[in-house]
Design a protein around this ligand. Sequence first.
Ligand code: NAD
Ligand code: DAU
Length: 339
Amino acid sequence: MRLLVTGGCGFIGANFIRLMLARHPDWTIVNLDKLTYAGNRLSLADLEQGPEDRYLFVRGDICDPDLVAGLLADHGLEAVVNFAAETHVDRSINDPAPFIGTNVQGAQNLMDCARRAKTARFVQVSTDEVYGSLGPEGAFTEDSPLAPNSPYSASKAAADLMARAYFKTYGLPVVVTRCSNNYGPYQFPEKLIPLMFLKACRDQTLPVYGDGLNVRDWIYVDDHCLGLESALLKGRPGEVYNFGGAAEKTNLDLVRALLALLGKPESLIEFVQDRPGHDRRYAMNFEKAGKELGFAPGLDFDQGLARTIDWYRANQAWLDSVQSGAYRKFMDHWYGDRP
Ligand code: NAD
Ligand code: DAU
């Protein structure tokens, strides 16, 4: 398999590339990444320096038609997995425009280049957030209506619908996957778990939005990546597949578990102003992916969280590298000026 992965210097993309190259000695991967604030080339630096010629990094934008068409043709790429996106809900509230550029126009450009190149398979990596918010009962199925509540989730839902249109209109063999909250190594420390880890290690207060009772379903990143691998190899074109971790937690319970692991006091928790439009609960029904793709989340949440914390502790250099000027500037701006 000769694969184009986009956004491979981000959290899930980097884990996916590592896992796929390890599991498939005959695969080669071209990683197209713009290196926004969330992209870190260091996450895959060892692959660039490795002895084998199975990984190529290309810095560029998924919105660039000539670049994408050239890569697909020049490298004889057979399939695309699109991770590239603006991904942080709070940033989308501050400034939605980049989310339309990359998540909608970029995804459309990729699909267009892929259909012209007659690419054999396209996986559009989407999210449970396209379904909106759940009450205390039930779980989203693939047939649940799309009801996104943030500019981020609206932009992802738009790309999902574009994928449907490219399948129906042009026959692009596209598969859409929707997954719940991932955690694990290489996650940028603006997201809940690495942010709270960093703050707790420094004995800083941990800002929990609202009453802390919003519920997220957590999946270890490798389990998501294995689901994506099976969607790529076995997913039916035109279909949507839900993935989840079967590990629902309130944010408060999760933060408490993290503090316990770190041996830090719960007095560090500070309840702060809620996120506007904050979805109350997500939960995924992933029976379809279980039946058709053999998907099942493998790692238990407590083990996964402990493994993740061990990784962040052991990879202080990586954490230091992402705490660049741009990151600090953003965080200063955010915490100084909440909407
Ligand atoms: P991330 O923010 O860590 O990484 C995004 C990557 O995309 C970065 O490397 C960035 O440089 C790159 N990128 C952004 N704009 C680009 C552009 N125009 N051209 C090329 N590259 C660009 O994201 P993540 O958390 O790894 O998420 C990856 C994908 O998975 C996203 O599509 C996201 O919507 C989806 N997803 C994420 C989660 C989660 O919990 N993190 C859950 C479900 C789905
Ligand atoms: O559900 C999948 C989605 O998960 C992905 O599509 C998104 O790309 C990814 O960012 C993530 O979105 P969330 O908004 O759920 O993740 P985040 O880590 O930003 O927040 C998780 C929960 O924690 C959410 O309810 C908001 C809350 N939170 C977050 C931060 C950063 C806090 O209480 N305090 C915080 O400082």
